[in-house]
Design a protein around this ligand. Structure first.
Ligand SMILES: Cc1ncc(COP(=O)(O)O)c(C=O)c1O
Length: 442
């Protein structure tokens, strides 16, 4: 039980491929979080809720493509449209009709997206959002949450990894961080104190409505509203990073759930239907600062919006097919939210019965287990919880029960998961608890 020898004996091909992979990629991976001990399994196909690895193992997936795959892997409406689109051309490098259709669809669902720009990654979208804020306000400072993750762009790569107060590493020079201030998520009083000290030069506050990468933390009542109020009073922009939550927490995003009115917001993941995308959108006047037609003079124009693959027809078609499906099937949300609620309650109960202190955080279809803390309300609580136990738990689910969570990362339900999957997850958890491996040292 939880014996990694079992994993290693089942993944011999992956072990060999990881060794080759390590010769060509630093760390053997192309996204830092995709590595886990002893080595990750290599996937060569995925369908529905399953990941199939090169050794013939099949895992029930709760990572779901960095939480992007709300309809599961390769859902029919997306696969069909992509097959047609591949025949019709994969990259025109010109404007295309389906990009307008996707934008209009987003705008109808989220009317605050008065204008938008498509990019290829979420990291670009958040970089553009804060650049627009600086252009609009003529100010320099950006406030973000401690532990907040907005992608790998240089501007926002600050206070991402614990210990949060230290530098994020060589290559990012200190000067780049001097115009970014971090605030403690869910502590409005302390956040406002920090904001007060920088208010004269504060261009924007950018924040995820639910901290995702930092550990699946929902906002306490009034926290986000308090930040928004401060930003509005201070003529700073309030930017909501909805790259995870947009089209996941509801068709209208987390903004509608938490009753927020961001000046700008970013989307990604689900909006691309499983293909690469980032979107910066919001107030027309602010977005128009990037208009290269009316602002011919480069000094008057905010420089956003490159990208060889931006608005490529494959992503546009996949995104449109996904949003159309979600629009026609509102039952997707009631189903995935119900599964999320069952999992959160069931896991807490299972661990409590095993006398293991545990808190399961999340909302809607998102959830993550934390050990050793009574309360988990910010990124520091997550980082100082028993991460070794969480790693052991996720590895045991993977090695012995064919259930895949990217170790230590939050899980997401997709439309293809069923109640029977929650029952399997709870039964597997029960076995892991009873085995005692979570209590053993190393
Ligand atoms: C909230 C949030 N913002 C931005 C990003 C960056 O998006 P991408 O990985 O597409 O660059 C992510 C990625 O996980 C994210 O979770």
């Amino acid at each position: 039980m939880g014996d990694m020898k079992n994993y290693e004996s089942r993944t011999a091909k992956s072990r060999r491929l990881y060794s080759r992979s390590s010769n060509v990629f630093p760390g053997g991976i192309n996204h830092n979080i995709r590595f886990f001990q002893p080595y990750p399994f290599f996937v060569d196909s995925a369908k529905g809720k399953h990941l199939n690895d090169i050794d013939g193992n099949r895992f029930t997936d709760y990572w779901m493509g960095h939480w992007a795959l709300i309809l599961g892997h390769s859902p029919k409406p997306v696969a069909d449209i992509l097959a047609t689109q591949v025949r019709n051309g994969t990259l025109f490098g010109t404007v295309n009709p389906v990009s307008v259709e996707l934008a209009e669809t987003i705008q109808k669902l989220m009317p605050r997206a008065e204008m938008m720009r498509f990019s290829t990654t979420g990291s670009e979208a958040t970089m553009y959002a804060v650049r627009l804020a600086r252009a609009k306000t003529g100010r320099r400072v950006i406030a973000k949450a401690i532990g907040g993750w907005h992608g790998f762009n240089t501007t926002l790569m600050q206070t991402v990894n614990y210990p949060f107060e230290s530098e994020e590493g060589p290559g990012l020079i200190q000067d780049e961080g001097q115009y970014v201030e971090s605030i403690p998520f869910n502590d409005l009083e302390a956040s406002l104190k920090v904001l007060e000290t920088i208010k004269d030069d504060l261009a924007c506050i950018i924040i995820e409505p639910v901290l995702g990468g930092a550990g699946c933390i929902t906002p306490e009542d009034g926290y986000l509203q308090g930040l928004q109020e401060f930003a509005k009073k201070n003529d700073s922009l309030f930017i909501l990073d909805e790259i995870v939550t947009g089209f996941r927490m509801s068709l209208r995003g987390a903004a509608s759930i938490y009753r927020l009115e961001p000046d700008l917001f970013t989307l990604g993941k689900i909006a691309g239907g499983g293909l690469p995308i980032g979107i910066v959108c919001g107030d027309k006047e602010i977005m128009s600062l990037a208009d290269p037609i009316s602002r011919k003079d480069k000094e008057a124009r905010c420089a956003i919006g490159g990208g060889t693959f931006s608005a490529n027809p494959l992503t546009m078609s996949a995104g449109l097919a996904t949003l159309n499906f979600l629009k026609k099937n509102p039952g997707v949300y009631s189903k995935i939210d119900r599964l999320g609620s069952m999992a959160r309650k069931g896991l807490e109960k299972t661990f409590a019965e095993g006398n293991i202190q545990c808190k399961v955080t999340g909302a809607g279809s998102l959830f993550l287990t934390h050990f050793g803390h009574e309360q988990v309300k910010d990124a520091t609580d997550v980082a100082t919880s028993d991460r070794n136990m969480l790693t052991k738990y996720h590895l045991a689910l993977m090695a012995d029960h064919d259930i895949f969570f990217l170790p230590t990362k939050m899980g997401a339900f997709s439309y293809v998961h069923e109640e029977s999957d929650v029952k399997k997850l709870l039964a597997a958890t029960q076995e892991i608890v009873s085995s005692g491996i979570l209590r053993k040292k190393k």
